[in-house]
Design a protein around this ligand. Structure first.
Ligand SMILES: Cc1cc2nc3c(=O)[nH]c(=O)nc-3n(C[C@H](O)[C@H](O)[C@H](O)COP(=O)(O)OP(=O)(O)OC[C@H]3O[C@@H](n4cnc5c(N)ncnc54)[C@H](O)[C@@H]3O)c2cc1C
Length: 475
C-alpha cells in the first residue's frame, strides 16, 4: 500500500479525534480495522490495504469536524456505508481514516404531500422501501443488495438493480442531498422540489462519485404511488442470443415497459441446481428471462402479460410461466437470487466479477463474442443480470486452482480484452458497481484524455488536498 504524501495517524490523531467524537466514536482495534478495510470485491483486497483508524460520526456536525481536522492535517478519509461494494470503493487505498456512516441510520421524515422520504446515509435500503410501503408509497430504488447495503452507498455508487429498466437507478430518485466537503463546509443541493435549473446539477455530480468529492449526510428521495398489481413471467429460451434479441421487442411490439427484465444463462441455472439439489424447470434451456410487469389495474396488467407472453412464444420461448400470486412470484425470483447466493458460497476461486453494459442492439453480438474471450484466458464463466438495461454480470473462474494474488494478476489481461470488446460495441465497463480500485487502471479505455483532465479538475475543485477517498475513480 502506498501512503503517498499523507501524514500518518499518530497517538495525537487518536486523542484529537476522540475529543471530537467521544471515546466510543473511534477505534484502532486491529480486528475492526481489518474488517472495515475490505468490501465485497472478489478477489479480495485484504492484506493489501489497511485503515489506521475507524471513526463513527453520529451527525453532520461530527462529519464536518473530522473532515476539517483531516484536511488541516492531510490525512486521507475513506467514507464507508455498509461495505457491500463490488469495486473496492470503500477500501482505504492510502490508509488513514475510514469514516463509517453506520450510526447515521435514521429515517428522518416521510412527507406525503411532497411524496418524499428524507434519510441519513447509513439507513439500509430495504428499510427505506419498507417505510415507504407502510405509508402506501413506493421507493423504486432496488439493488439486489437492498437488505445489506446503505442508501448513502447506493447514492455514492448510483446503484442500479432490477427495476432500472422502468424506474431508473438510484440517482433518478434523489431530489436533494446534504453533503460535507473536504474542508468541513456543509452544503445542501436540491430539496423537496421536482424541478431545479438554478445552477449546475451538483446532485447528479455527487451521485456515483464514489466518495471522492464529498461525504453525503442526508438524502431526500422521491416516492411513487405503490403499484397494486404485479405479475412475473418466467421465460426459458433456447439460446442466449434468442433471449437477448427478444428484449427490445417487448417494448417496441408489446408497447410495455416492464419493471424488470432479468437474465440467467444456462450455467447460472445449473449452478443453482447443484447448490440447492432441487431441479429447476427447463434447466437445459440456453437462458431464462424473468419479465416483471406492474401497474394499478389488474385487467390492464393481464392484457399486457398476454401480449408479452405472445411475443415471447412467437420468438422461440420454450414456455411462458405466469406467476401472479405472491408464492409463485417468490419462487420465480428465488432462482434469480440463488444465482448470486450460490456464487458467495461457492468454494471455487473467482477471478473477477464483471458488470459490463452494452446497447440493447449489441447484446446478441456481445453474447456471441464472450465465450471466445473467456476461452483465450483459460477461464469459464456464468452470466446473469439486468439485461433490460443491457447490464450483464459475468462471474469468471480460472480453469486451474490459483492463489488470491495470482487471481488479481490473471484478471488483468482478461479484463482488458473484455473491455476493448465492450467499447467496440458502444458499451462501458461498469453499469452499477463502479470504478473504485478495481477498474481504475482501465478507465482510459473508455474516457478520453480531455474527459480525464476535466475529472481531475472537478476533483481538485471539491477536494484540493485530495484527502477524500484518494486513489479511486479518477485515473
Ligand atoms: C450480493 C450483492 C448484490 C449486489 N447487487 C447489486 C445490484 O443489484 N445493483 C447494484 O448497483 N449494486 C449491487 N451490489 C453492490 C453494492 O451493494 C452497491 O454498490 C451498494 O450501493 C454499496 O452500498 P454500501 O452501503 O455497501 O457502500 P460501500 O460499499 O460501503 O461504499 C461504496 C462506495 O460509496 C462510498 N460511500 C459510502 N457511503 C458514502 C457517503 N455517505 N458519502 C459519500 N460516499 C459514500 C464509499 O466511499 C465507496 O466508494 C451488490 C453487492 C452484493 C454483495
Amino acid at each position: 500500500m502506498s501512503r503517498g504524501n499523507y501524514s500518518p495517524v499518530t497517538r495525537h490523531t487518536e486523542r484529537d479525534l476522540a475529543a471530537l467524537l467521544g471515546p466510543s466514536g473511534i477505534t484502532v482495534d486491529p480486528e475492526k480495522r481489518a474488517a472495515y478495510s475490505i468490501d465485497e470485491t472478489i478477489p479480495r483486497f485484504e492484506r493489501e490495504y489497511a485503515a489506521d483508524l475507524i471513526c463513527f460520526p453520529e451527525n453532520t456536525a461530527q462529519v464536518s469536524s473530522v473532515l476539517r481536522y483531516a484536511s488541516e492535517h492531510r490525512i486521507p478519509v475513506t467514507p464507508r456505508g455498509a461495505g457491500t461494494g463490488l469495486s473496492g470503493g470503500a477500501v482505504p487505498a492510502c490508509g488513514g481514516i475510514v469514516m463509517s456512516m453506520e450510526r447515521m441510520n435514521s429515517i428522518l421524515e416521510i412527507d406525503m404531500e411532497n411524496r418524499t422520504l428524507t434519510a441519513e446515509p447509513g439507513v439500509i435500503t430495504s428499510e427505506i422501501a419498507k417505510a415507504a410501503r407502510d405509508h402506501g408509497m413506493f421507493y423504486a430504488g432496488d439493488p439486489c443488495s437492498g437488505d445489506i447495503s446503505s442508501i448513502g452507498g447506493n447514492a455514492a455508487e448510483n446503484a442500479g438493480g432490477s427495476k432500472v429498466v422502468k424506474y431508473g437507478a438510484t440517482g433518478a430518485h434523489v431530489l436533494g442531498l446534504e453533503a460535507v466537503l473536504a474542508d468541513g463546509n456543509v452544503v445542501t443541493f436540491g430539496g423537496k422540489r421536482r424541478k431545479d435549473v438554478t445552477g449546475y446539477d451538483f446532485i447528479h455530480l455527487l451521485i456515483g462519485s464514489e466518495g471522492t468529492l464529498a461525504v453525503i449526510t442526508k438524502i431526500i428521495l422521491s416516492l411513487l404511488p405503490l403499484p397494486s398489481c404485479v405479475t412475473d413471467l418466467l421465460v426459458p429460451m433456447p439460446s442466449a442470443a434468442s433471449a437477448v434479441k427478444l428484449i427490445p421487442l417487448v417494448m417496441t411490439e408489446g408497447g410495455v415497459v416492464p419493471s424488470s427484465i432479468e437474465y440467467m444463462d444456462r450455467q447460472s441455472i445449473l449452478n443453482v441446481e447443484r447448490y440447492t439439489g432441487v431441479s429447476v424447470p427447463y434447466s437445459g434451456a440456453g437462458a431464462q428471462l424473468i419479465i416483471q410487469l406492474d401497474g394499478m389495474d389488474r385487467r390492464r396488467l393481464w392484457n399486457e402479460a398476454e401480449r408479452v407472453g405472445d411475443i415471447c412464444v412467437r420468438n422461440g420461448a420454450l414456455e411462458v410461466f405466469v406467476a401472479e400470486d405472491r408464492n409463485a412470484r417468490d419462487r420465480v425470483w428465488s432462482i434469480r437470487k440463488l444465482v448470486a447466493e450460490e456464487e458467495w458460497t461457492n468454494s471455487m476461486p473467482v477471478m473477477s466479477k464483471e458488470d459490463v453494459v452494452v446497447p440493447a442492439s449489441e447484446t446478441a453480438r456481445f453474447m456471441e463474442g464472450l465465450p471466445g474471450i473467456m476461452a483465450r484466458h483459460n477461464a469459464s464463466y456464468n452470466a446473469f443480470g439486468h439485461i433490460g438495461d443491457g447490464n450483464i454480470h459475468i462471474t469468471v473462474f480460472p480453469d486451474a486452482a490459483i492463489e488470491n494474488e495470482d487471481l488479481h494478476k490473471l484478471a488483468g489481461p482478461m479484463r482488458r480484452e473484455l473491455y476493448d470488446f465492450v467499447r467496440e460495441l458502444g458499451g462501458t465497463m461498469s453499469g452499477e458497481h463502479g470504478i473504485g480500485l478495481k477498474r481504475k487502471e482501465y478507465a482510459d479505455i473508455f474516457l478520453s484524455a480531455p474527459q480525464i483532465e476535466l475529472m481531475k479538475r472537478v476533483k481538485s475543485a471539491f477536494d484540493p488536498g485530495c484527502i477524500l477517498n484518494p486513489s479511486k475513480l479518477v485515473p
